[in-house]
Design a protein around this ligand. Structure first.
Ligand code: PMT
Length: 313
């Protein structure tokens, strides 16, 4: 595996990196002056390009549901939110009305002079509360959106965000819900142009991506409340792998989930404890989202973490 520093030395930052870095800096400085609590929510999957001029890539599974829903609940708890997401994955607020759903809520009224577009009366009850929350979050500048596509973009943004979050010390939460590639093709091993089928079936050799949780938890934001997610498809590995991760990176909490049941069951694994959060069938039918109790629990733990740190001072 490449060392994390070599990864940055051998992979250029994305073209919009400096713009995003300035946005992150400005957002963090403002909220730090206000003494706000802040959370970095990462969301969606990273890609691994197979060519420099990318036509084909390997993708990581994630719709961005966990991250986008969680960002809304952190706002409800008065956290400033950096929403770092995969370009075109689900976003807070708009996630409620995807695809045709939004168009189906609209009516066009025509008269000879002009056309008016309005929300259908029976959709107002659904649309208005979401729109109101969106407007408040934007007007109060409590949320910043930054996006990535490839695993390299993600790693550059992650480090830049951490550089800005370090000043918050215990007031920062890192909520790493994105599905991050473990394997990639280093830039110097990638063809420049589209691979040609005429050359026969390619043999693609992937290398290990360094685990960025290591420098993140020990060097970049050593005082922050770091929460990572662990995704498995084999239930029997779930708790063992979550505990391994805590032992290795010494962060505060792993939220473990199995691909098939992730929408209604997660396991919280802390250095001393592990317990399950789940939604009943009735709760799911009523529209409750598991991200609501997940975020409530994280916020409570973060509060205790801050109090303990204050008592030590
Ligand atoms: O978006 P949804 O469809 O709602 O799905 C949500 C989810 C299943 C993607 C989410 O709940 C989840 O589990 N996200 C983490 C997925 C993941 O990357 O798991 P992992 O076991 O591969 O990695 C564990 C941790 O290591 C992650 O927090 C990741 O940020 C970190 N990591 C991963 C790779 C890497 N090279 N460096 C890292 O630091």
């Amino acid at each position: 595996m490449t060392h994390w520093e070599d990864f940055y030395n051998t992979h250029l930052p994305p073209a919009d990196f400096e713009d995003n870095r300035s946005l992150l800096k400005e957002f963090c400085e403002r909220h730090n002056k206000l003494q706000n609590r802040i959370v970095l929510v990462t969301s969606g999957g990273t890609t691994v390009p197979l060519e420099h001029n990318t036509v084909r890539f390997v993708d990581n599974f994630s719709a961005g549901t966990r991250g986008s829903a969680s960002a809304e609940y952190f706002l409800d708890h008065d956290y400033a939110v950096i929403f770092m997401h995969r370009h075109k994955s689900l976003e807070p607020f708009t996630r409620h009305f995807t695809g045709q759903q939004f168009f189906d809520m609209l009516d066009i009224a025509d008269n000879s002079q002009s056309s008016t577009i309005a929300i259908k009366p029976d959709s107002v009850d659904v649309f208005a509360p979401v729109l109101a929350k969106y407007k408040i979050a934007r007007e109060t500048q409590m949320i910043l959106y930054v996006n990535f596509t490839s695993v390299v973009d993600y790693m550059w943004l992650l480090r830049a965000a951490c550089e800005c979050l370090a000043a918050f010390e215990e007031r920062a939460v890192l909520y790493l819900a994105a599905a991050v590639s473990d394997f990639y093709i280093p830039e110097d091993m990638m063809p420049t142009h589209k691979m040609q089928s005429g050359d026969g079936a390619p043999t693609i050799s992937l290398q290990l991506v360094p685990k960025m949780l290591a420098p993140l938890a020990s060097l970049w934001v050593p005082h922050a409340f770091v929460v990572s997610f662990k995704l498995e498809t084999d239930e029997s590995l779930l708790i063992v792998k979550a505990r391994d991760s805590l032992n290795k990176y010494k962060h505060k909490l792993v939220i473990a989930n199995v691909l098939q049941t992730r929408k209604h069951r997660v396991v919280f694994v802390t250095p001393t404890d592990s317990y399950e959060l789940h939604l009943t069938r009735e709760q799911t039918l009523q529209g409750l989202e598991i991200e609501e109790p997940i975020v409530a629990d994280v916020v409570q733990k973060h509060g205790e973490f801050i109090s303990n740190a204050q008592q030590r001072q």
